[in-house]
Design a protein around this ligand. Structure first.
Ligand code: HEC
Length: 100
């Protein structure tokens, strides 16, 4: 009797631990909660995910350079959007981790 139920039980266990792991990963690559986040999501995730943006901390100068390169790739930003994005990236994705 027990052996008949084992495979199904194991399957359920694997499924649920997999889902917990997936949830943890998607948490870890989320942008920090701060003003400007929505702008970055709107303007910067058309061609790649936020993972690319979060992967490496950068100084404000480096972010300015990255955003210029992205404009070269075809990112269209108004001056206000550009300022908001740079302020967000510099404040939240700089070399030292923000205190959460
Ligand atoms: C039009 C498409 C497009 C948009 C929109 C876009 N990117 Fe990119 N991004 C790319 C491409 C293509 C690459 C890979 C080539 C490269 O690194 O230049 C990339 C790479 C990157 C990298 C990795 C660069 C590296 O050298 O490691 C970062 C960081 C990045 N993008 C940030 C941003 C930010 C911030 C925005 C919003 C302002 C943005 N991207 C919007 C196309 C885009």
């Amino acid at each position: 009797m027990l052996s008949r139920h084992w495979p199904g039980l194991l399957f359920l266990l694997c499924m649920s631990s997999g889902m917990i792991a997936a949830a943890a990963v998607s948490q870890a690559i989320d942008l920090p909660e701060a003003p400007g986040k929505q702008q970055v999501l709107d303007s910067c995730t058309r061609c790649h995910g936020v993972d690319v943006i979060i992967a490496q901390p950068r100084s404000p100068d480096e972010w300015t350079e990255v955003v210029s390169i992205m404009v070269g790739h075809g990112t269209v930003l108004t001056d206000a959007e550009y300022d908001r994005i740079l302020a967000y990236l510099s404040a939240n994705l700089g070399p030292k981790e923000p205190a959460n």
